[in-house]
Design a protein around this ligand. Structure first.
Ligand code: FRU
Length: 480
């Protein structure tokens, strides 16, 4: 036995000597440095987003048993600034002592603060936090916390909405509807198990425990959200937005029971990895803050699978095509800024020496913001994570086709006064592009080559005027 232990120790030392220091958690090759990811194991949807007593709660679909989907629990983290996250113990466990991969596991949902103790569940001085979640196949359920979300109990009257046999129902999002003095729940539902009827059902309640079915709107799938935004910042012009799991949304009116669309469906994100977006309940200053799961992202060899998008603030703005939801990274990102470099009023001409204004910047995690006058350029772009050996990843704008492309994602984008505005977040495993003040967004995952950290700004076919270009190094949220 002693011989076996010393052989193991020897092998470990050799491994450490040959591979350098062991990799620390949150420093791994594809570990997001300023996006939330779980220390280990599988994560999907954000759940139970609620702000209370200075803390943004982020719960999430979590498999404590491994790096693939299943055995869903609600993992938990909190933040005071939407940027730095503190991991907390698992909040919600499967029901009925289920050890099954699916049955009665804790699927997605939302959370609110029971400000007036309507449920009567408050015990101490803290308001009760209520989490509405789907217990897969076991109905919509309620869990509550009397200690600012640190520990959770299951409500004795569960399920609050039983699942009808043969139906699929999930992902309750609950909010207060002031004009009607009642709460509203939007719930993904496939009535009678009929795929043609799938969509979002709307329920109402005056006590948060008993719910009345009001209406159903078809053409949506999973993870609904419903909220108001002021048009062009004017609180006299509030509009409702109804969103589905892929972020697509309709604008319209809502009377507390029925949603009446006034537009067709719009795209919220043109990338391949934006899904199950939700907004925070009770966020300060009436802000509408959203975060999404970067679905189907790859993290080869990592101890975790899954990361969240960077939180964005939503606004509704008039455009020549009608009102649209705009998304911009929350302003708190500036607390992560490291070194800065900026270049303004530079005309770049293809092929000329020193035309790459991004030469000499070597960082894996950056925010790049630029205003580009397309002038006579046919195509221009920024390539990140390149090296002499590696081609890197291109973000390119085709001036004739008015198309922005990145990692196989494409979005139509028209210049405004001949100018394209880009705000790009690059982390170790993701690229988010907010174009023209957040009117159009691409959220993509990538796995760049190790040590390839050059950047290039380029133009083909003609001149490009760089009105402004700023690069901020983004510091890791995990090492302070
Ligand atoms: C969306 C989703 C939800 C469900 C959860 C299960 O990604 O399928 O509809 O509640 O994931 O993990």
């Amino acid at each position: 036995m002693t011989k076996f232990i010393s052989i193991c120790a020897l092998v470990t030392s050799i491994l450490l000597l040959t591979s350098g220091r062991p990799v620390k958690t949150y420093s791994e090759l594809y570990r997001p440095q300023f996006h939330f990811s779980p220390e280990k194991n599988w994560m999907n949807d954000p759940d139970g987003l609620v702000y209370y007593e200075g803390e943004y709660h982020l719960f999430y679909q979590y498999n404590p048993k491994g790096n693939e989907w299943g055995y869903m629990h609600w993992g938990h983290a909190v933040s005071t600034d939407l940027v730095h996250w503190k991991n907390l113990p698992i909040a919600i466990y499967p029901d009925n002592n289920s050890t099954d991969k699916v049955k009665c596991t804790a699927w997605s949902g939302s959370a609110i603060v029971d400000k007036n103790n309507v449920t009567g569940l408050q015990e101490g001085s803290y308001k009760t936090l209520l989490a509405f979640y789907t217990s897969r196949g076991c109905g919509q359920r309620l869990a509550y916390s009397n200690d600012k979300g640190r520990t959770w109990k299951k409500y004795a009257g569960n399920p609050i909405i039983p699942e009808a046999p043969g139906e699929e129902t999930r992902d309750p999002k609950v909010f207060w509807y002031k004009p009607g003095n009642h709460w509203v729940m939007v719930l993904y539902r496939m009535p009678g198990g009929d795929k043609a009827k799938e969509g979002i059902s709307i329920y109402s309640s005056t006590d948060l425990a008993h719910w009345t079915f009001e209406s159903h709107i078809t053409g949506y799938y999973e993870c609904p959200d419903l909220f108001t935004l002021p048009l062009d910042g004017d609180s006299a012009k509030m509009k409702w937005a109804l969103l589905g799991g892929d972020g697509s949304y309709m604008l319209g009116d809502f009377d507390g029971k029925h949603f009446t669309p006034e537009s067709g469906k719009k795209v919220l994100d043109y990338g391949q990895n934006f899904y199950a977006a939700q907004t925070w309940s009770n966020a300060p200053d009436g802000k509408r803050i959203q975060i999404a799961w970067m679905r189907e992202s790859k993290y080869p060899g990592m101890p975790f699978t899954g990361q969240m998008s960077f939180p964005t603030e939503l606004s509704l703005k008039s455009t020549p095509d009608g009102p649209r939801i705009f998304r911009t990274p929350v302003s708190e990102i500036s607390s992560l800024y490291g070194k800065k470099m900026d270049k303004t009023d530079k005309n770049i001409i293809p092929g000329l020496k020193n035309y790459n204004l991004l030469k000499g910047i070597h960082n894996e995690c950056v925010r790049i913001t630029g205003v580009f006058d397309v002038k006579s350029s046919n195509m221009f772009g920024i390539t990140v994570r390149k090296s002499r050996k590696e081609a890197g990843t291109e973000i390119s704008y085709d001036v004739k086709k008015q198309l922005l492309t990145c990692i196989g994602s494409q979005m139509p984008l028209a210049p405004v006064n001949n100018k394209i505005k880009l705000d790009i977040l690059v982390d170790r495993a993701s690229i988010e592009i907010f174009a023209n003040n957040g009117e159009k967004v691409i959220t993509d995952n990538f796995t760049p080559a190790e040590q390839a950290d050059d950047m290039e700004l380029w133009t083909h076919g003609g001149e490009l005027m760089v009105d402004s270009l700023e690069v901020h190094e983004i510091k890791s949220i995990w090492r302070e």
